[in-house]
Design a protein. Structure first.
Length: 315
């Protein structure tokens, strides 16, 4: 039985905005990025759009912010592949090169009249409220709201991608990392570096209001995954019931002494068979379907538990 396709991000909200016409040119820019960065950019844009909805932003800002998010990593076009695609941790020198994707992306946008309105996306998405971000080390009062929103979505997707989630089971651990980024740093070195700006020492990197909106988006996605998985479970239950009936017919066919009775049960089996099934593989299919059913039911239970855990988290 074919496994159901599940997209980790539900893009329903994006479809509610008439973004295609506005974003055609911007999306063409993404075609020049490597596959991983393009996918990440699309994911972040999706998250940003839906976070903005929970922040009750107006439609114009949501569209603007979403396009900024699509373009936030466009500067990675100019980062050497050896650094951009390095699987292990970057050296300090390599990280300094990687950090330049913010200003490189900003400069690219400023030189293009069609991209210029969205230059804030590349420039501000790594700035942190407490001043520990880059490229300018700005603090809360100087970081545009779109930059603060994109930062949270960018962090979340980066962790999700790195951990290669196939389901939202365990996603609360990722959200705990995001929560930690809303809290003031406990590092003595950091506190000493900013002791001349006491208000920044009390801030974390991420805006807690935006993080709370992210939580709502994640819960929506978990509920959507439950819905998709439940649909698959119901299909499995129907197939299991059908195969049990065929196995019953098969047993009676094998015990029947008269040929007409054998044919009667055989015809009953033929009427219930579907593509890929035959009288010889029914036992194997029954085992596979019951195991898949048990696995999916456990996933649903774990997803409900995940929602309970997330709702107890405090930002």
């Amino acid at each position: 039985m074919a496994q159901p396709e599940f997209d980790f991000y539900d893009k329903t909200s994006l479809k509610s905005y008439n973004l295609d016409k506005q974003m055609r040119y911007q999306l063409d820019m993404l075609d020049t990025l490597d596959v991983f960065t393009r996918r990440h950019s699309e994911n972040v844009a999706n998250l940003v759009c839906r976070i903005c909805e929970y922040l009750h932003c107006n439609k114009g800002f949501i569209e603007y912010c979403t396009i900024c998010a699509y373009l936030h990593d466009i500067g990675k076009l100019f980062i050497p592949p050896a650094i951009l695609q390095k699987p292990s941790k970057l050296t300090d020198e390599e990280f300094e090169v990687m950090k330049t994707h913010t200003t490189l992306g900003y400069n690219m946008c400023m030189k293009d009249l069609k991209l210029r309105p969205y230059a804030a996306g590349p420039l501000y998405h790594h700035e942190a409220l407490n001043g520990s971000g880059y490229p300018q080390g700005l603090t809360k009062k100087d970081i545009p709201y779109e930059g603060q929103i994109i930062r949270v979505a960018d962090e979340y997707d980066a962790i999700v991608s790195k951990r290669q989630y196939k389901s939202h089971v365990g996603i609360s651990d990722t959200l705990k990392i995001i929560i930690d980024n809303t809290k003031p740093s406990t590092s003595p070195e950091y506190s000493d570096a900013l002791n001349h700006m006491a208000e920044n020492v009390r801030l974390g990197k991420d805006n807690p209001i935006i993080v709370r909106a992210l939580f709502k988006v994640v819960i929506d996605d978990i509920e959507y995954e439950i819905y998709c998985t439940q649909g698959y479970v119901e299909k499995l239950e129907s197939d299991i019931k059908r195969i049990k009936q065929m196995l019953k017919y098969k047993s009676k066919m094998e015990m029947a002494k008269k040929e007409k009775d054998k044919n009667y049960y055989f015809e009953g089996i033929k009427m219930l068979l579907q593509d890929g099934e035959n009288i010889d593989n029914l036992e194997i299919l029954y085992k596979e379907y019951t195991e898949a059913h048990s696995t999916r039911k456990a996933i649903i239970d774990n997803l409900y538990h995940e929602i309970k855990v997330i709702k107890k988290l405090r930002v």
